[in-house]
Design a protein around this ligand. Structure first.
Ligand code: KIV
Length: 276
């Protein structure tokens, strides 16, 4: 999958799919299933590392996981999520960190949250793009700065806020982003943005009119331990499958039915006689 192919999909009215992965086994499965983009999201922080917010995850942790994901991805476009304070600190830090996702982890692009009204975020995006690194924008509910946008709430609910968001999206498009993730905004606003932008919009909690959809894979597989945002549909209860398999393993070991001869190795009779 390439950036021009994503644009072509938008032009043909074909939907784009994106999911998150943090390790090789899931990355391999998502790639085999034909997902267009795989995101090593900073949701890693809460979903896989157990931190309370996405703010905590470090650049080193993001790279560690992105490298593992890279080893499982052949077809999809791989996007590394710039964690909190990896950009907007200084020009050097921003460029070094964005570059590390490509050079060290083998990502194809980075995602940068924010830009709605924040001059710094737009400047960071421009700087990264000028260095030749493709950028996926992220507007609406931006978890890294959730406090600033009023908490984990639906954004752009008023006409003024929607107009402001559309302006921000047009700025990101003009800067050269190849697409924009729209998180938690009313469907009508996402639909309007999708019409006004020539680059693809990828929604999460932004309704069906976006050019594509993204979910946190652990949400769709029911592996997040109970919390479900309204937009996160569970497509398979993989937690139940894992629980059943692990219980069966435990019972088989306790009863002595695992391992059987089928899962064991034998020594030849002759060698056995020599030691007994
Ligand atoms: O970090 C993440 O997983 C994300 C997606 C929800 C878009 O940013």
């Amino acid at each position: 999958m390439t950036i021009p192919e994503l644009r072509e999909k938008k032009a043909r009215g074909e939907k784009i799919t994106m999911l998150t992965a943090y390790d090789l086994p899931l990355a391999r499965l998502l790639d085999q299933a034909g997902v267009d983009l795989i995101l090593v999201g900073d949701s890693l922080s809460m979903v896989a590392l157990g931190y309370p917010t996405t703010v905590a995850v470090t650049m080193e942790e993001m790279l560690h996981h992105a490298k593992a994901v890279r080893r499982g991805v052949r077809r999809a476009l791989l996007v590394g999520d710039m964690p909190f304070m990896s950009f907007n600190v200084s020009r050097e830090e921003t460029l070094r960190n964005a570059g590390r996702f490509l050079k060290e982890a083998g990502c194809d692009a980075v995602k940068v949250e924010g830009g709605q009204g924040s001059v710094e975020s737009i400047e960071a995006v421009q700087m990264i793009l000028e260095a030749g690194i493709p950028v996926l924008g992220h507007l609406g509910l931006t978890p890294q700065t959730a406090a600033k946008v009023g908490g984990f709430k639906v954004q752009a609910k008023t006409a003024e806020a929607a107009a402001h968001l559309i302006e921000a999206a047009l700025r990101l498009e003009a800067a050269g982003c190849f697409g924009i993730v729209l998180e938690c905004i009313p469907s009508q606003v996402a639909g309007l943005m999708t019409q006004r932008l020539s680059i693809p919009t990828i929604g999460i909690g932004a309704g069906p009119q976006c050019d594509g959809q993204v979910l946190v894979t652990h949400d769709l597989l029911n592996l997040t331990g109970g919390f479900h945002p309204k937009f996160a549909k569970v497509f398979a209860r993989v937690d139940q499958t894992i629980l059943k398999a692990v219980e069966e393993f435990r019972q088989a070991v306790e009863k002595g039915t695992f391992p059987s001869s089928a899962e064991s190795y034998a020594m030849s009779e002759e060698e056995w006689r020599r030691i007994t």
